[in-house]
Design a protein around this ligand. Structure first.
Ligand code: PMP
Ligand code: GLU
Length: 400
């Protein structure tokens, strides 16, 4: 009999968001006209000046190993970005560049967790946090938020989740999947709570530039030296510059955490891609006009999607303030039937919709709530119109 595989690895679930995206892409490749509201991946091309910078980097021979934590030039450019956009002052030694923000989150959790440490995770949560905490030997402690509170966790809830084993809190504002954005006042309260209880805050700010209707993003690290010392700011290029395939993410943290992550990464992956690093400097330092255009297009799609949802019986949604997802409540459809199949949870709804309505959505189970589905509006308007038509038709075919 084969020897047992690692228990740590076999306990990990696959990423539902990536799985649904692969399934939708495979169906499309097989010739089916599938609309993908699955993975959160901007449909825009990477800006031309970023692509040119990558070509130039290759021609200039920037095709070799770089320091494991990233080139000094990119780390300097990241420091300038953090100063410019977030009012945060870091030195390049406090920046670690990794293979996407997901890798940065992995490193951050590996750096702060010892086996059995508890990490507070507001739910609904992005699918990977739960597994990343487990991968670091930590224990996810969920704090359930609801539509009534705008999907925001209060300090009171965090206090209730606190135990002597609590080590860190994961914050994701703007939030995937709910689109919730914490106000500066709410973040200040959470910062005070973290400082009082000596908790690390892993602050995933990857959607910071995707905010709508005058909403402002604030980094929790900006409320003074004590909270800055405890915070690992996570960010990346994937969403802000339509660079999902380039795989560049980064952290800004205190020097001890940065050193631990850099050492770890030096054995696990070495540096992230040298060409993508050079291109990232062009993205961060160059013209930000394309980003502004992307944000206004996302906002237009978001409004359209919300308007269509309002016209579908049994589905409701809170208007998202950020990111590019609508987290739609399908409680009103649970118990209904498609043919002889009963919809008991979001997974049933998503399966039946994909099979019968050729539209991919992510079931809320992936984010800790089976009453919701997540619709990404990071796809073109034509497809959004088609997908919403299909959802409306599909829901219209459900019976009691
Ligand atoms: N954090 C959140 C909340 C995300 O939605 C994503 C999307 N993939 C990531 C991190 C990771 O992004 P990437 O690894 O592409 O930089
Ligand atoms: N973050 C995106 C999503 O939630 C991309 C897929 C992933 O990395 O999980 O859909």
């Amino acid at each position: 009999m084969a020897k047992e595989l690692s228990r740590c690895l076999t306990a990990i679930q696959p990423s539902a968001t990536l799985a649904i995206d692969s399934k939708a892409k495979a169906l499309k490749a097989a010739g089916l006209d599938v609309v993908g509201f699955g993975a959160g991946e901007p449909d825009f091309n990477t800006p031309a000046h970023v692509i040119r910078a990558a070509i130039k980097a290759m021609e200039e021979g920037k095709t070799r190993y770089t320091p494991a934590a990233g080139t000094p030039e990119l780390r300097k450019a990241i420091c300038a970005k953090l100063e410019r956009d977030n009012g945060l002052t870091y030195t390049p030694e406090q920046i670690v560049v990794s293979n996407g923000a997901k890798h940065s989150l992995f490193n951050a959790l590996q750096a702060v967790c010892n086996p059995g440490d508890e990490v507070i995770l507001p739910a609904p949560y992005w699918v990977s946090y739960f597994e990343l905490i487990k991968m670091a030997g930590g224990v996810p402690v969920l704090v359930h938020t609801s539509e009534d509170s705008g999907f925001l966790a209060s300090v009171k809830q965090l206090e209730q989740a606190l135990t002597p084993k609590t080590k860190a809190i994961i914050l994701n504002s703007p939030c995937n999947p709910t689109g919730a954005v914490y106000s500066a006042g709410q973040l200040k309260e959470i910062a005070d709570f973290a400082v009082k209880n000596d908790l690390y805050v892993i602050s995933d700010e990857i959607y910071e530039c995707l905010v709508y209707d005058g909403t402002v993003h604030t980094s929790i690290a900006s409320f003074g030296p004590e909270i800055k010392e405890l915070t690992v700011v996570v960010n990346g290029l994937s969403k802000a510059y339509a660079m999902t395939g380039w795989r560049i993410g980064y952290t800004a943290s205190n020097t001890a955490i940065a050193k631990a992550m850099s050492n770890y990464q030096s054995h696990a992956t070495s540096n992230p891609n040298s060409i993508a690093q050079a291109a990232s400097i062009a993205a961060l330092e160059g013209d930000q006009e394309e980003q502004r255009r992307m944000v206004s297009e996302f906002s237009r799609r978001r409004q359209y999607m919300m308007q269509r949802i309002a016209g579908i019986n049994g589905i409701t949604a809170v208007t998202p303030k950020g990111a590019f997802y609508v987290f739609a409540n399908i409680s009103g459809l649970l118990g209904k039937k498609y043919g002889d199949r009963t919809i008991t949870c979001a997974m049933d709804f998503a399966d039946l919709l994909l099979e019968n309505g050729n539209t991919a959505v992510v079931p809320g189970e992936a984010f800790g709530d089976p009453h919701y589905i997540r619709l990404a509006y990071a796809t073109d308007m034509q497809s959004i119109i088609k997908g919403m038509d299909r959802i409306e038709r599909f829901v219209g075919q459900l019976t009691d």
